[in-house]
Ligand binder design. Structure first.
Ligand SMILES: *[C@@H]1O[C@H](CO)[C@@H](O)[C@H](O)[C@H]1NC(C)=O
Ligand SMILES: *[C@@H]1O[C@H](CO)[C@@H](O)[C@H](O)[C@H]1NC(C)=O
Ligand SMILES: *[C@@H]1O[C@H](CO)[C@@H](O)[C@H](O)[C@H]1NC(C)=O
Ligand SMILES: *[C@@H]1O[C@H](CO)[C@@H](O)[C@H](O)[C@H]1NC(C)=O
Ligand SMILES: *[C@@H]1O[C@H](CO)[C@@H](O)[C@H](O)[C@H]1NC(C)=O
Ligand SMILES: *[C@@H]1O[C@H](CO)[C@@H](O)[C@H](O)[C@H]1NC(C)=O
Ligand SMILES: *[C@@H]1O[C@H](CO)[C@@H](O)[C@H](O)[C@H]1NC(C)=O
Ligand SMILES: *[C@@H]1O[C@H](CO)[C@@H](O)[C@H](O)[C@H]1NC(C)=O
Ligand SMILES: *[C@@H]1O[C@H](CO)[C@@H](O)[C@H](O)[C@H]1NC(C)=O
Length: 599
């Protein structure tokens, strides 16, 4: 029950599905129908649902789901789980046509969403409009039952045991023998400086003075309602609330960062804001191209290695594998990426970007970057239900790439958006395969770099739950965006020019309380540097492992765990102290690997 990695995106579609549950509970033994754009309830005649009247009545008396926000860390009770299955069965039964399509379903969900005031009218309409092509296609192909849908929405508290994608084991073959020749020795051994920028989430409608608390999932924007009684308004440089990044704050960040010289930049995805209900493919492409130009403007001579976030698509999280043709075909995005990234990447890298959104390239002789498209491990990428086996052959490609690197004596840095966490958003089978691959090539993988969670985290991969044998180290960099309740940040690394090991990293943060004060100008301050902060002699895997073990052992006299906890929230943690269950959750979130999660 590791709540610290709850998805940064609360899927609105899931909320809509819960709405059906709510309506069913509210009306008991009735099926909701839509007439003249208003809801009417009539008793169902027959239907599977009548078998469950007692459960529904129990639910009626006990489960006020109305007020329950969808939250993965806040699982359903068994009663709610039953209600979910029954209600979804009823809705699917009601709207299914003989040919297996569900033409009335989107309209029904929109009406219900508005009627129950789950979101504002425009969010209800916009989100369903964006999701309907994909959802109807999947429902038609998969013919899911209500139980299976609930299992998808609540995999831990309402599991469905007949979802084959969840149980189906598939294994990507990994060559055993080491082909390693002598290491390529770099000629230039000077220390490298690297900048990581993650989760920018630019909001082009950000408006200083607008409501920072609003009824929509994203606030601080033009037209999101009156400023509330709390009088909290959007600050000029950003707001630590459910708000995204003003364009000028990113410009200021890049201006400041470009005063230092970097050998290269890693840019780990998520460019658009969290207004998932009002985005279009054209808008996503325009922003991608705009931000690519902006980065080139501030860093005209610095190589940039980007990776693809889950928000770059439209709808959000939607990354169909290449066998999906027609309106849902993803090539609109991969073509745009290939075009946007072409100034930074060689021809062969652009070829795989155009096909699948991932690539590999040499930074220097001996140092290879592998940029993963982590969206094929995303639990909210519902396309993975169709055929989850190594989508687009990415993991087979990774094995081939790492094997080639081993043969050529290169070392590797892996970059990507979603980290392969046990407690996060990464599908288990994909993740286990990924961990097996990392484990096999651990000697040449110097480090991994991710984003997505918006928090400042580390992740250590172990070979088993004894936590005795560390395999690989991953850095999860904090976000530029303030979403939610965070200050904006960026991260720099120094790396050894011979081994390409990470020597140290530093995090810079903009204190918005100070920056937004009348007459002040924004100052990006060093928040901390890892070695000094955690009293580490090096940032090698072994040092992180020992630090982590000292936290697990509770023998940590130096209070470095409390520092980790504070830095996780970029200086603004929700509570002063984190011990007991809170500490357990954090410690749980750091370990990962191909073994059963203890959380
Ligand atoms: C499926 O059936 C519905 C009505 O039953 C009809 O409107 C629709 O055109 C059919 N779709 C296909 C693909 O046959
Ligand atoms: C859904 O598909 C139709 C074609 O069937 C297309 O015209 C429409 O633009 C699509 N909607 C979205 C939101 O992509
Ligand atoms: C990028 O977007 C910003 C904000 O809308 C705009 O001011 C700027 O002109 C755009 N830049 C380009 C190159 O389109
Ligand atoms: C996918 O879409 C692109 C353009 O959006 C088009 O060129 C291509 O032919 C499509 N492929 C398939 C198989 O539908
Ligand atoms: C994960 O580990 C288990 C047990 O060691 C092993 O059987 C399995 O093949 C591994 N890989 C995957 C993808 O599960
Ligand atoms: C983990 O590695 C250690 C040391 O190499 C080994 O003894 C142990 O059996 C490994 N565990 C698994 C599950 O492979
Ligand atoms: C953790 O505790 C065990 C048992 O007390 C000890 O053997 C081990 O060295 C400790 N590890 C660390 C990193 O403190
Ligand atoms: C830092 O670590 C060294 C051992 O490496 C130890 O002697 C020292 O007490 C530690 N300092 C703090 C402040 O924890
Ligand atoms: C931000 O600045 C305010 C005002 O100076 C200060 O009280 C607060 O502690 C700072 N927050 C952080 C996280 O540094």
């Amino acid at each position: 029950n590791c709540g610290n990695k709850v998805s940064t995106y609360t899927s609105i579609m899931m909320q809509q599905l819960i709405v059906i549950v709510v309506s069913y509970i509210t009306i008991g033994n009735c099926l909701p129908i839509l007439q003249n754009n208003r809801l009417h309830f009539t008793p169902s005649s027959g239907g599977k649902s009548t078998n469950h009247i007692n459960e529904i009545n129990d639910a009626l008396n006990n489960a006020p789901l109305f007020t329950k926000q969808f939250n993965k860390a806040n699982p359903l009770s068994s009663l709610e789980c039953t209600a979910c299955k029954v209600a979804l069965d009823a809705a699917l039964w009601k709207y299914r046509t003989p040919n297996g399509t569900y033409p009335g379903l989107p309209g029904f969900i929109i009406t219900l969403c508005k009627y129950l005031k789950i979101e504002t009218n425009s969010v209800c309409e916009g989100m369903i409009h964006e999701l309907q092509n994909e959802t109807l296609f999947l429902l038609n192909k998969l013919q899911l039952t209500g139980s299976q849908l609930c299992g998808l929405i609540f995999p831990t508290s309402c599991p469905a045991n007949d979802l084959s994608w969840n149980n189906n084991k598939w294994v990507v073959p990994i060559p055993k023998s080491h082909k390693g020749k002598h290491r390529v020795s770099p000629k230039n051994s000077k220390e490298l400086k690297v900048l990581q920028i993650s989760d920018i989430h630019i909001d082009l409608l950000y408006k200083p003075g607008s409501a920072a608390n609003c009824k929509e999932p994203l606030c601080c924007r033009d037209n999101n309602g009156e400023v509330g009684q709390d009088k909290v308004t959007a600050g000029y440089w950003g707001t630590a609330a459910a708000c995204d990044t003003p364009y000028w704050t990113l410009e200021n960040l890049l201006q400041r960062a470009s005063e230092d010289k970097f050998d290269y930049i890693i840019w780990t995805g998520d460019l658009p804001a969290h207004n998932d209900w009002s985005q279009t493919r054209e808008g996503q492409i325009k922003l991608l191209s705009n931000l690519t130009n902006l980065l080139t403007h501030y860093f005209p001579n610095t190589p940039v290695y980007p990776s693809l976030g889950n928000h770059e698509s439209n709808p959000v999280n939607s990354f169909p594998p290449n066998y999906v043709k027609g309106v849902n075909n993803i090539s609109w995005l991969y073509e745009a990426l290939a075009k946007a990234w072409s100034p930074w990447l060689p021809h062969d890298a652009i070829t795989t970007v155009r096909e699948s959104g991932f690539y590999t390239t040499l930074v220097k002789p001996g140092l290879r970057i592998v940029s993963m498209n982590m969206n094929y491990c995303n639990t909210e990428n519902f396309w993975m239900l169709l055929d989850p086996v190594d989508p687009n052959g990415e993991l087979a490609w990774l094995v081939k790439t790492l094997d080639g690197a081993e043969e050529k004596g290169e070392v590797v840095h892996i970059i990507g958006h979603i980290p392969p966490s046990m407690t996060g958003d990464c599908l288990k089978v994909w993740r286990n395969n990924y961990h097996d691959i990392i484990s096999r090539y651990r000697d040449i993988i110097m480090a991994q770099f991710y984003g997505h969670t918006h928090k400042d985290e580390i992740e250590i991969q172990y070979n088993d739950s004894s936590l005795a044998h560390p395999v690989s180290m991953a850095y999860i960099a904090p976000s530029v965006t303030t979403y939610t309740k965070l200050f904006p940040s960026y991260r720099t690394y120094s790396m050894d020019g011979n081994s390409w090991r990470v020597l140290d990293h530093s995090t810079y943060t903009l204190n918005l309380t100070e920056a937004n004060t009348q007459g002040a100008s924004p100052v990006w301050k060093l928040e901390y540097s890892a070695r000094a902060e955690y009293n580490l002699t090096s940032l090698d895997l072994k040092s992180w492992h020992e630090l982590y073990r000292s936290w697990v052992n509770d023998s940590d006299q130096s209070k470095t765990f409390q520092k980790y906890y504070t830095n996780f929230y970029k200086g603004n943690p929700p509570n002063k102290e984190c011990d007991g269950d809170c500490k357990m959750r954090f410690l749980c979130g750091i370990q990962t690997g191909n073994y059963t999660s203890p959380c």
